[in-house]
Design a protein around this ligand. Sequence first.
Ligand SMILES: NC(=O)c1ccc[n+]([C@@H]2O[C@H](COP(=O)([O-])OP(=O)(O)OC[C@H]3O[C@@H](n4cnc5c(N)ncnc54)[C@H](O)[C@@H]3O)[C@@H](O)[C@H]2O)c1
Length: 207
Amino acid sequence: MKEIRTPATTVERLPLYYRCLQKLSEQQVEVISSKDLGNMLGIPSTQVRKDLSYYGEFGRRGVGYEVSVLLKNLEKILGLDNDWEIVLIGAGNLGQALVNYGNFRNLGLEINYALDVDQGKIGNHLGDVKIHSVSELDDLVQEKDIRIAIVAVPADSAQQIANKLVANGVEAIWNFAPTRLEVPEEIEVRNEDLSIGLISLTYHLSE
Ligand SMILES: NC(=O)c1ccc[n+]([C@@H]2O[C@H](COP(=O)([O-])OP(=O)(O)OC[C@H]3O[C@@H](n4cnc5c(N)ncnc54)[C@H](O)[C@@H]3O)[C@@H](O)[C@H]2O)c1
């Protein structure tokens, strides 16, 4: 049987549906139509139905989606029903902001460990998270079976850190350093480059 690949744009929208459904659930809304869900997110109802149809038959024609059922299913699809252990490398300005960002918790996600090379930072706490020496990376990643890492070190250290992470079993990297990481094909890398967002605005104003 030919496997149907879910478009990347659909996958990108799933967290939006999830967050929206969380809000609806908090507001005790039990059922939502694709039209209303789409209106809340600025997405056409046809797109909402198509996106969700890749994962199953969640809605009922003329009725809509049961919020709690769709929320539970999306939680599973997005892997948010797992207790992921996440390590941050580089507890500088950005790293600190990420650890202190409370909204990850609303998704059931948490940065559990922070590593840095700076002796002046090692031993300090970012909230509940103690900053450990980066020399502990190998042992920590292996012992805690960490599969997700956040790289927030300067660009010239990022590749070396990525190599160590991958060698110790990390499978997914959220990379904030403005550099392309060379990793094996099976490693999932998500690059976050804030300057690209800002440049897209200056580009449009300059047209
Ligand atoms: N600050 C931002 O808003 C921002 C935005 C986008 C991208 N970035 C990128 O994210 C990265 C971090 O930015 P920042 O502003 O937090 O810088 P920063 O200088 O404040 O922090 C970097 C931290 O990494 C640590 N570090 C350096 N080498 C290391 C190594 N080998 N192992 C472990 N820790 C190491 C430093 O001691 C420092 O604490 C940079 O690559 C930067 O370009 C930053």
